[in-house]
Design a protein around this ligand. Structure first.
Ligand code: AMP
Length: 218
């Protein structure tokens, strides 16, 4: 099964993508994580995209399609994949369909996270993550059990993303509305869209997703 998670920054799509990938044994691709790794490594691509990411803008379709082609062509005969953060524009979605068609597969379902915008701003402003294993926390809603220490790997490297600063958050949300939200209609027309209520807590959202996926598989 091949799944796309779609939603505004802070909607919880990254968290749910990791959980669902584990439960359904899917390969997870997160374009945001990939780009952050490129920036951290100081690669040519990383240097090219760093300022774009820090300002809340989108990296060009050309670069992103190149990144995703490479990832998808590396797929073996595993059970499928879950894409977090791609596509983010209609051009990316159209290209993804083409790439998958060449591999004789398709997007089976798109999980669109519906979350109130005020909630998103609050979530992003308090978000911290572990630089070593990627686990995400929230300073107020889901802090690490022991202050400053990652529950998952014990690292003390808990940091805030550069693009989670308040002024950048607004730019990212506006970019989402302008460039990414139209994908909801794109996938609705293809009849593989599932709307998920992302306002609930993590476990409830996972339950809702698994139930809805079961229904389309039935
Ligand atoms: P994310 O972790 O998904 O919020 O992505 C962080 C940043 O990476 C975004 O704000 C964009 O600058 C860039 N990015 C990630 N995925 C894409 C994409 N599919 N298209 C364009 N830019 C992207």
């Amino acid at each position: 099964m091949n799944i796309i998670v779609l939603g505004a920054p802070g909607a919880g799509k990254g968290t749910q993508a990791s959980i669902i990938a584990q439960k359904l044994e899917l390969k997870k691709f997160s374009t945001g994580d990939m780009l952050r790794a490129e920036v951290a490594s100081g690669s040519e691509l990383g240097n090219k995209v760093q300022n774009i990411m820090n300002s809340g803008e989108l990296v060009s379709d050309e670069i992103m399609i190149g990144v995703i082609v490479e990832q998808i062509s590396s797929l073996d005969d595993s059970k499928g994949f879950i894409l977090d953060g791609f596509p983010r524009t209609i051009a990316q979605a159209v290209n993804l369909d083409k790439i998958l068609e060449e591999k004789e597969c398709k997007v089976d379902c798109v999980l669109a996270f519906d979350v109130d915008f005020d909630v998103l701003v609050e979530r992003l402003a308090g978000r911290i993550y572990c630089k070593d294993c990627g686990t995400t926390f929230h300073e107020v809603f889901s802090p690490p059990k022991q202050g400053g220490i990652c529950d998952n790997c014990g690292s003390v490297n808990l940091v805030r993303r550069d693009d989670d600063k308040r002024e950048v958050v607004t730019a990212r949300l506006n970019k989402y509305l302008e460039m990414t939200e139209p994908l909801i209609n794109y996938y609705q027309d293809k009849k593989n869209l599932i709307i998920v209520n992302g306002d609930n807590d993590v476990a409830k959202v996972t339950q809702e997703i698994l139930k809805k996926i079961e229904l389309i598989n039935a």
